[in-house]
Design a protein around this ligand. Sequence first.
Ligand SMILES: N[C@@H](CCC[C@H](NC(=O)CCC(=O)O)C(=O)O)C(=O)O
Ligand SMILES: [Zn+2]
Ligand SMILES: [Zn+2]
Length: 385
Amino acid sequence: MMLDPLDLAKRLISAPSVTPATGAVFDELAAMLAPLGFAVHRFTRGEGPDGSEEAPVENLFAIRQGPPGSRHFAFAGHLDVVPPGEGWASDPFEPQVRGELLHGRGAVDMKGAIAAMVAAVAEVPANAGTISFIITGDEEGPALHGTRALIDYMAAEGHQPDLCLVGEPTSVHRLGDMVKIGRRGSVNIFIDAEGTQGHVAYPHLADNPLPRLVAILAELDALTLDTGTDWFQPSNLEITDINVGNRAHNVIPALGQARISIRFNDLHTGKSLSERVMAIAEKHGGKARPIISGEPFLTEPGAFSMLVSDAVESETGIAPELSTSGGTSDARFLRSVCPVIEFGLCNATMHKRDEAVAIPDLAILARIYARIARAALALEEGQAA
Ligand SMILES: N[C@@H](CCC[C@H](NC(=O)CCC(=O)O)C(=O)O)C(=O)O
Ligand SMILES: [Zn+2]
Ligand SMILES: [Zn+2]
C-alpha cells in the first residue's frame, strides 16, 4: 500500500521551518527517506548572524542508486516556508484537518508536494533507475546558500541528474491545470538619490534629492519593456519601496532611496536591464545598484514535458497548460544541471494565512509523481534534451 502522503505532510508541517530552515524538518524528511533505501547527506552553509542574508541554511541531498548505468531522475524542492503572519484560524505549525482541507504553513508551498514525492518514490522499484532529492532550506529567502550549494555538492560528488522535477505549486484552479516549463528572469535594483540636508525655508542652502528620485521613478514607471514573446508574458517593472525616513516637516532630507523589481522575458538579460536602469538613474543624478536574481529560461517542449503532461492527464483527466508565468523559482539554478520542469499543488493559498491543501490532491499528486519518475527513468539517453 502507498505511504499516506497526508501523514507525511502533517509530519513536515509540524516542524516549523521559516526561512532559513534547519534541523527538525530535515530530521523528519531524512527519517522518511532512509527506510526507502536513500543515502541521505545533509550540510549547512552560511555563517552570518540570525536575520542576516548569510544566516546558516540547511540542505539535503538524498540518493537511491539504480543499477550501474541507469538514468538519474531528481525531485527538487524546499522545506523552508514564509512567515505565517497573523490571523490564522489554527496554529500554522499544528496541521489541522477541517473538512477536505489540511491546513498549515507549507501545505501547498511545498511540504505537501515533498510528502507526495516521498510517497511516490516508495512506489518506484529501485531497479528502475537512480532517484535523488535535492532539498533546500532557503528558497523563499536570499537563496545564496541553498540550491546553488546543492548544485556545487552534486558536481563535487559526481551526481548528475538527467532530468529534474521541481514541486512548486504550479496548479491554478484544479490540480493538473498548469505545468511550468520555464520562468522569467528577475532583477532587483536599489536606487539612491543623494543631496544636502537643510532648512525647508532656506532651499538655496540645501540640495533636495527627492525631485531627482521622483524623476527617476517616473521615467522607469513609464517604460513599456515589451509586449511578451512566444512563451513568455510581458516583462514588468514594479516600484517596490520608496524610503526617505524624514520625520520633520521643515527639513530637506539628504537621501532618498527606492527599490524596483523587474520580472523579464527572453528579450532581455539581467545585465541589459540593469544598464538601462543605471543610465536613467545617472541621467537624473542618482545611482542604481542591481542584484540579478536569475535569467529567463525555457525547457523546450518535448519528450520531458510530454511525459509530465501524460502523467498529469492520466491521473486527473486534465491536459495541463504549459506555461512560464508567475514568479521565479530554484529551477533558475537547476536548469544549469539538466532539463527542469515544475509541477505541483494548487497555489491559491500559498504565502497566505490559512494555507491549505485539498487532501485528495496529495494522493493524486503522489501517483502523478510516481508516473513521472518511472517514465523519466525509462527515457532513452538523448530523448529528453
Ligand atoms: N528572491 C528572489 C527569488 C524569489 C522567488 C519567488 N518565487 C515565488 O514566489 C514562486 C511563485 C510562483 O511559483 O510563481 C519570486 O518569484 O519572487 C527574487 O527576488 O528574484
Ligand atoms: Zn515554493
Ligand atoms: Zn513560496
